[in-house]
Design a protein around this ligand. Structure first.
Ligand code: IPM
Ligand code: MG
Length: 363
């Protein structure tokens, strides 16, 4: 087998952590005996400097020839929000990639590691056994709805609309229920159907889809309550199904349960095998170039790529086990390091990647 993987390094810590993801991918390809063809693709800040645009056409053409993309985070420093290099980078490049490849299913897994319980603001008994899959709709809703600007009585009024079609809800609901059949068989739709029209449609369509899955418990929760329940009793969730905006917010919240947002990957999928794999966090300009960023999110993104795009579930589990083992042994990047814990051993970004590779190779 030959896997053609497009690499989109991203901005600030993006290249550093993606390099570690690639290191692990290479080690896995040797262990599991498949060929890798890595193609570096130009996007975000890097592409803007060269071409004056964040997602050039040639990048999309090259990416189309790949089996999957491994992407680092995009974005600039908050204080440079008006610099054209960064002002629209997320909208142009991230949303652009998601839309171009029809990546309507975004999966974000949040689990807790016993050895990191001390990093969470929640009490241990709440964290034990938390294992949540957030299935977030990714290419519609308020992110992509009509935007308007007008002047009303001499002042500016801007608007974004949250729009969903039945078919857009149905296809992601089917994904969520399918994943639930392989998990703890529970789907919780999170919306705001006491207020929002589009949320009423979500409920109706999801209830219809649920009829074909009698073995799956079909639950509903308003988003404000869900934000509270994620902290009060996170273990009650198995698969969370939600819209683009709510999924964005709830996935950041849920990552706190795990100890650091630097740990978590995501998979963005379409109907075929192609997928885009990326950390759920941003480009963290303030810690870039210091060899301190946590590369786990990129390394675990590689695991998801192996599972969902390359049909190599065993290799994916191998990586996930290596991450868990290293954490248990006390190896930490600075974001998850505890000074007063004698067992903790502080590693840099590169050294952490090397340690994962050693673990995978059993050396
Ligand atoms: C994410 C990010 C993006 C999103 C941003 C950077 C556009 O926050 O992947 O969660 O909102 O989808
Ligand atoms: Mg987000």
């Amino acid at each position: 087998m030959k896997a053609k993987i497009g690499i989109v390094e991203g901005d600030y810590i993006g290249p550093e952590i993606t390099k570690e993801g690639i290191k692990v991918l290479k080690a896995i390809s040797e262990k599991y005996n498949f060929d890798l063809d890595l193609i570096y693709l130009e996007a975000s800040g890097q592409a803007y400097d060269k071409y004056g645009e964040h997602l050039p056409k040639h990048t999309l053409d090259e990416a189309s020839k790949c089996d999957a993309l491994l992407k680092g985070p995009f974005g600039g420093p908050p204080e440079e929000i008006n610099n054209p290099k960064w002002a629209t980078v997320e909208k142009d490049a991230i949303l652009g990639l998601r839309k171009y490849f029809n990546l309507y299913t975004n999966m974000r897994m949040v689990k807790t590691y016993k050895c990191l319980f001390n990093l969470s603001p929640l009490k241990e008994h709440l964290l034990n056994g938390v294992d949540i899959l957030i299935v977030r709709e990714l290419i519609s809703g308020i992110y992509f709805g009509e935007k308007n600007e007008r002047i009303v009585n001499g002042e500016r009024e801007y608007s974004d609309s949250m729009t969903y079609k039945e078919s857009e809800i149905e296809r992601i609901a089917i994904k969520a229920f399918d994943y639930a059949t392989k998990r703890r068989k529970k789907v919780t739709l999170i919306a705001k159907s006491n207020i929002l029209k589009s949320s009423i449609l979500w409920r109706e369509v999801v209830n219809k889809v649920a009829k074909s899955y009698p073995e799956i418990e079909n639950n509903y929760m308003h988003v404000d309550n869900a934000a509270m329940q994620l902290i009060l009793n996170p273990r009650q969730f198995d698969v969370i199904l939600t819209s683009n905006m709510f999924g964005d917010i709830l996935s950041d919240e849920a990552s706190v349960l795990g100890g650091s947002i630097g740990l978590f990957p995501s998979a963005s999928l379409c109907d075929g095998k192609f997928g885009l794999y990326e950390p759920i966090h941003g480009s963290a300009p303030s810690i870039a170039g210091k060899n301190i960023a946590n590369p786990t999110s990129s390394i675990l993104s590689v695991a998801l790529m192996l599972r969902y795009s390359l049909n190599l579930n065993k290799a994916a589990i191998d990586i996930e086990n290596a991450v868990e083992k290293l954490l248990e042994l006390g190896y930490r990047t600075i974001d998850i390091y505890t000074e007063f814990d004698d067992k903790n051993k502080l590693l840099g970004t590169r050294e952490y990647g090397d340690a994962i590779v050693k673990q995978i190779n059993g050396t």
